[in-house]
Ligand binder design. Structure first.
Ligand SMILES: Cc1cc2nc3c(=O)[nH]c(=O)nc-3n(C[C@H](O)[C@H](O)[C@H](O)COP(=O)(O)OP(=O)(O)OC[C@H]3O[C@@H](n4cnc5c(N)ncnc54)[C@H](O)[C@@H]3O)c2cc1C
Length: 295
């Protein structure tokens, strides 16, 4: 499989990169890990005239954390760096889990967190936990930056809010609240780099009594064209003492909210059942992680 001919640029600084992105516009594609882009080029689904390789730009990489303020992750940070980051594991556990599930070790060493959101596959691993954790993205062009919640950045299957001349530069994660926990899980047909049939992330905050739900965010992947943020599950649980009856109600509500399609990986009906299974499992896990108890 041959790719089209293209001109290759490897800028060294953010301003060089943004100048290229602005000048070359929609004729160019950013090359991060290339684990989605190069496949699409080989399959002739994309034929960019220019590639802008961002791997040499130090400022687009890395993970920083400031107590009280949260974390900033460069769009060019590799998934493996996120998987093995002590601070991500300690503070943003759902993201740590999702990073560890993406592809294979080889893919995780190439792929970036920015590429995962910009490719905007409905089955992508990291957007649901990032959204559950309240992540915002920093979008940059030659004139400056703008911030958007990640849930407003991903607009649909392979569609994002990026305008011509813009690129994604950072993910901004708030400091987790006290008495909070997050978890991620996926189900696929087999455990061998299978694309997820359904994935899900939950972030819960409990009141000081460690029983009453203060806030909750549940995000499902692979059940609609973009990550689906549940409105019904928080409505059922917020302000209530956590118990197994509410969990069951929440599982059924999430299942009803999901809008899956049938494809080679699973039928829509099976996916809805998986949503109920993951909702039960993750709600119990996050509650147990904060309260130290199950229900
Ligand atoms: C064998 C295999 C297994 C995989 N398994 C999984 C899996 O289990 N879960 C999963 O979620 N994904 C999986 N993937 C898909 C892929 O690895 C991920 O989506 C990955 O995170 C993409 O990142 P990348 O850096 O390689 O992106 P690239 O391929 O470099 O780019 C993807 C797209 O995003 C654009 N882009 C990249 N960075 C930016 C930026 N900073 N600003 C603007 N646009 C940008 C590119 O121009 C391109 O259009 C798999 C891929 C392979 C090949």
């Amino acid at each position: 499989m041959f790719m089209n001919h293209f001109a290759y640029f490897a800028p060294q600084t953010p301003s060089e990169t943004l100048n290229l992105v602005s000048r070359l516009g929609n004729k160019a594609k950013i090359l991060a890990g290339g684990t989605d882009l190069l496949i699409m080029m080989k399959e002739k689904l994309l034929k960019p005239e220019y590639l802008i390789d961002i791997n040499e730009v130090r400022e687009l990489k890395g993970i920083s954390y400031e107590p009280g303020n949260g974390a900033v992750i460069g769009a060019g940070a590799k998934i493996s760096e996120i998987e093995f980051s002590g601070i991500i594991r300690e503070k943003y556990y759902a993201l740590h889990q999702a990073a560890g599930e993406l592809g294979s070790a080889q893919v995780r060493h190439m792929a970036t967190i920015g590429g995962n959101s910009c490719h905007a596959s409905p089955a992508a691993e990291t957007p649901p936990p990032l959204i559950a954790l309240g992540a915002k993205v920093l979008i940059s062009n030659v004139f400056g930056d703008r911030e958007l919640p990640l849930e407003e950045f991903i607009l649909g299957n392979r569609v994002t809010a990026l305008a011509e001349g813009e690129m994604l530069t950072k993910f901004i994660l708030p400091e987790p609240a006290s008495k909070s926990a997050s978890r991620y899980a996926y189900i696929g047909r087999r455990d061998a780099m299978e694309i997820d049939a359904v994935n899900m992330a939950v972030n819960i905050v409990l009141e000081d009594d460690a029983r009453t739900v203060k806030t909750l965010k549940l995000v499902m992947g692979s059940v609609s064209p973009k990550p689906l943020v549940s409105t019904e599950v928080p409505a059922i649980l917020t302000g209530r003492e956590f118990n197994s009856e509410l969990v069951e109600k929440a599982a059924r509500a999430a299942s009803g909210e999901a809008k899956p399609i049938s494809d080679i990986r699973a039928s829509a009906e099976y996916r809805r059942e998986l949503v109920a299974v993951l909702t039960r499992r993750l709600l119990q896990e996050v509650f147990g992680a904060v309260s130290g108890k199950g229900v």
